[in-house]
Design a protein around this ligand. Structure first.
Ligand code: ZN
Length: 171
């Protein structure tokens, strides 16, 4: 198991769409476990493969308080989304310390494969529904910041540049 480096908003790899996983083998489940370890270590409630520069449709999520309900979604598809929408204050491991309101369908039904290659379907609401949609956006190359106004996006970009400058070792 390994903790993988998480790419930050502004890095072009976050705009790259992910392709489907063609076959699920030991390598896929090892990668899903590395993603889970990275997500728990961060700590975050969800992570998409795109964020660790792997462009395959893999997501890990754990929205439980106890941090012991890991869900792995491989090749996820949204089968249905509610007409009812909900506004949630979202954050992202690729956009540290930034939270802002995003409007999304309140409930979704999703179909995916787990790390063993079994198909499952799930109807999600609240944080789990938000998280699934947020992570699936990453797989399409979209970061939640892109839902915000151009002014807010510009502010976030300059804040993150400063954050990276402060974090970078002096040369
Ligand atoms: Zn994110």
């Amino acid at each position: 198991m390994a903790v993988l480096p998480i790419r930050l908003f502004g890095d072009p790899v976050l705009s790259e769409p992910a392709g489907p996983v063609s076959s699920i083998d030991g390598k896929t489940s090892r990668f899903a476990h590395d993603m889970a370890e990275t997500m728990y270590e961060a700590p975050g409630v969800g992570l998409a493969a795109t964020q660790v520069d792997v462009h395959e449709r893999v997501i890990t999520i754990d929205v439980s308080e106890s941090r012991d309900e890991l869900r792995v979604f491989i090749n996820p598809e949204i089968l249905w989304a509610s007409d009812e929408h909900k506004v949630w204050d979202e954050g992202c491991l690729s956009v540290p310390d930034i939270y802002d309101k995003v409007d999304r369908p309140a409930r979704v039904r999703v179909r995916a494969l787990n790390e063993k290659g079994d198909t499952f379907e799930l109807e999600a609401d609240d944080l789990l529904a938000v998280c699934i949609q947020h992570e699936m956006d990453h797989l399409m190359g979209k970061v939640f910041v892109e839902y915000l106004s151009p002014l807010k996006q510009t502010r976030i970009r300059s804040k993150l540049k400063k954050h990276q400058r402060d974090a970078a070792p002096h040369r």
